[in-house]
Design a protein around this ligand. Sequence first.
Ligand SMILES: Cc1cc2nc3c(=O)[nH]c(=O)nc-3n(C[C@H](O)[C@H](O)[C@H](O)COP(=O)(O)O)c2cc1C
Length: 153
Amino acid sequence: MKPIIAVCHTPSDNTRLLAAALLRGMQAGTEQHDALCQLPPRDVEASHVLAAGGLIIGTTENFGSMAGLTKDFLERIYYPCLEKTQGLPVGIYIRAGQDGRGTARQLETIITGLRWRMVQPMLTLRGPFEPGFADEVETLGCTLSAGIEAGIF
Ligand SMILES: Cc1cc2nc3c(=O)[nH]c(=O)nc-3n(C[C@H](O)[C@H](O)[C@H](O)COP(=O)(O)O)c2cc1C
């Protein structure tokens, strides 16, 4: 199985909890744990994405926009990956204190430009933190890895 890469921005305890839940879910979906990789956005390069069989992006919303480090990641990989990663299965979760819509709009535009394939609608985890957010992210991770292993995505 090609690598599945989770690009998670984790500036707080809650977002670290979400990233841990995501990895748990990814591991639950496949026995090929050596194909699973979780990295902060600044450590992900275009070569990772070009080699990937699937991708998950986890970002916060800051100032009505995706986190700067998530945007920097997408800016660095966009042109090297354009035309070469069409159809890449992708899952996205946004942790937003109050809103999240600006981030969702931005990511939708970029994913459309890259012609990546969303495996399920974007998750926006909005408002005061709830334990159920981790369950949603865990399910996303499991869906992506199980679906890729089964050849569904
Ligand atoms: C500088 C800064 C700007 C923020 N701007 C927004 C925003 O525009 N919209 C929003 O929904 N949340 C905003 N937040 C809240 C963050 O999305 C939230 O704190 C982050 O996702 C981490 O979640 P947590 O507080 O549950 O750990 C902002 C937080 C910071 C630190």
